[in-house]
Ligand binder design. Structure first.
Ligand SMILES: *Cc1c(COP(=O)(O)O)cnc(C)c1O
Length: 385
């Protein structure tokens, strides 16, 4: 299906609403039927038919259809947040006594799901360095059920060779789940590499405006029905119709936003790499990145996230630099219109816990601002330290 058709026309139905070109928000929680027979049919197929909005809602359903088409999967299910989507996709496919292999240093709350929540229910998990797909194979046990990918992750941008991991999974008849929040379906479609379930923090790029939390799981219709009748309905982390509508609006400009950030980030990362005060830049689309070739093979364009290590290891200087920035807000998250900075030294690390990264690591998110303004800001802050 053509990208423009998906984003502009698929499922829109203007004629039903006096020619309105914007989709309607259907806030109704409840849906009424004309006959008992129709009501019975809805109870029978709540996945498909609006009955009660924790299940199927027309505004949310339109979003599901568009994102499934973007990801080239049969179906999709939306959730109230990315973390809810990740948790539902994983939990629906494991039971007590099963084992999961996942990439080390994934999104923080995915890590907690794997390291803390699932083990409480008797699910075992192993974290592996995913830069070598063979590490997945080595960690597989007799009770392994699924392999979890996040390519790349969003602090140091290690990639996994998606095709190689999928092949290992197929040899062992395991399910694969991949977090595709970084690349978005504009730049990477994991289903075309054979990934079974694609999960998104739709809060980030799919929405793109930092004003709605959302998550989406994409995959076969059979798998969506399975998740729907277990985690989706019982945990009830439902996306509100209003937030679905914000997502539909955000999606219209997704390709333009991805185009813009790839251009901006290419300039910023190259200049930072050549700056005397910067020791290292972590960005998969720099030729110096150890996985540059793999990145180009799997992802069409770089996105707006990257990290640097300053030459100084002095936390005071890292703070001084970060505090000085005028056009990068000190904030977590990413994927909105606005540029952000997150020095790793801002993370609270409890006594006795070894930090995952060095204190001079700083993550940036380049938004939609003018590249010269952003570079001027970085240069001025670097000159201070
Ligand atoms: C933010 C994020 C999530 C979680 O999404 P929420 O909407 O915040 O729950 C999951 N994966 C990645 C890669 C993220 O960046």
């Amino acid at each position: 299906m053509d990208l423009s058709f998906i984003l502009n026309e698929l499922g829109e139905g203007h004629e039903e609403n006096a020619g309105a070109v914007a989709p309607s928000i259907v806030p109704s929680v409840n849906f009424a039927f004309k006959t008992v027979a129709e009501m019975r049919q809805a109870f029978k197929d709540e996945y498909q038919i609006p009955l009660y909005s924790r299940g199927n809602n027309p505004t949310v359903d339109l979003l599901n259809k568009k994102v499934a088409a973007l990801e080239q999967t049969e179906a999709a299910l939306s959730f109230a947040s990315g973390s809810a989507a990740v948790a539902a996709a994983v939990m629906a496919n494991v039971a007590q006594g099963d084992h999961i292999v996942f990439i080390k240093n994934p999104y923080n709350w995915t890590n907690r799901l794997m390291n803390q929540l699932l083990p409480r229910f008797g699910v075992e998990t192993t974290a592996v360095d995913g830069t070598d797909p063979e590490n997945y194979r080595k960690a597989i046990r007799h009770n392994t059920k699924l392999l979890y990918l996040e390519s790349p992750n969003t602090f140091t941008f290690e990639l996994q060779d998606i095709e190689a991991v999928v092949n290992i999974a197929r040899e062992h008849e395991l399910l694969t789940i991949m977090d595709n929040s970084y690349a978005t379906p504009i730049n990477c479609k994991p289903s075309t590499f054979g990934v079974d379930l694609v999960v998104h923090a739709a809060t980030k790029y799919l929405n793109g405006h930092s004003d709605a939390l959302a998550g989406i799981v994409c995959g076969s219709e059979a798998m969506m029905r399975k998740i729907f009748y277990s985690e989706f309905m019982t945990l009830g982390a439902t996306l509100s119709p209003f937030n679905a509508w914000l997502l539909l609006r955000g999606l219209r400009t997704l390709p333009l936003r991805m185009q813009r950030v790839s251009q901006t980030t290419a300039v910023l990362t190259q200049r930072l790499e050549n700056h005397p005060k910067v020791a290292k830049v972590h960005y998969p689309f720099l030729p110096s990145h150890p996985q540059y070739e793999l990145a180009k093979r799997q992802i069409a364009k770089g996105a707006g996230l990257f990290s640097i290590e300053l030459k100084t290891a002095d936390v005071k200087k890292v703070e001084m630099f970060s505090n000085q920035l005028q056009h990068f807000s000190l904030a977590a998250s990413w994927g909105g219109y606005e540029s952000l900075v997150w020095p790793y030294c801002a993370v609270y690390i409890p006594e006795g816990v070894t930090p995952a990264y060095p204190p001079n690591l700083i993550r940036f998110y380049a938004g939609l601002e003018d590249v010269d303004m952003l570079w001027g800001d970085l240069e001025a802050a670097l000159s201070l330290i």
